[in-house]
Write a protein that binds this ligand. Structure first.
Ligand SMILES: [Fe+2]
Length: 148
């Protein structure tokens, strides 16, 4: 009974992310990729309230992680091409995120999915993505639009 209540409380706290206007950075390719990133992130968050197979869970996590790698690659390429002065710092933020995400993924591979796992994933990943887009990516967007 207590465990059921605990899970209900946890699952209620899972956020679904929407890409608000203040998260647009003014670079069409990146803004479109952020939309897709948010869709894939929400698909991962939504797993917490469904009973799905381990295989399906793994597939959903892989779809997100593959897209994160592609998106960071494309964004970093645009930064190099436009001579972005904070490229090294920005790339370091991306690398750190990939490492942290990899750790969460390994945790899932070891222990399987759980409400706690989904909550951590949802809260920590979504918080990071929102902050990163609003500050780091927005700063790059200003640079890009000044130089194009
Ligand atoms: Fe970024």
């Amino acid at each position: 009974m207590l465990i059921t209540i605990y899970y209900i409380i946890i699952l209620r706290r899972i956020q679904m992310l929407t890409l608000s206007k203040d998260m647009e950075i003014g670079v069409v390719k990146i803004d479109n990729q952020h939309k897709e990133l948010v869709n894939r992130l929400n698909a991962v968050s939504a797993m917490g309230s469904k009973s799905i197979s381990r295989e399906e869970t793994q597939k959903t996590i892989n779809l997100l992680s593959d897209y994160v790698v592609k998106h960071f690659y494309d964004e970093e390429l645009l930064q190099r091409q436009s001579g972005y002065p904070k490229y090294d710092w920005h790339k370091e933020q991306h690398n750190q995120f990939i490492n942290d995400f990899q750790q969460l993924r390994n945790e899932f591979l070891k222990n399987g999915s759980s409400a706690k796992f989904t909550l951590t994933l949802s809260n920590s990943v979504i918080d990071w993505v929102v902050r990163h887009i609003k500050f780091a990516d927005a700063e790059f967007g200003m640079h890009y639009n000044r130089t194009h």
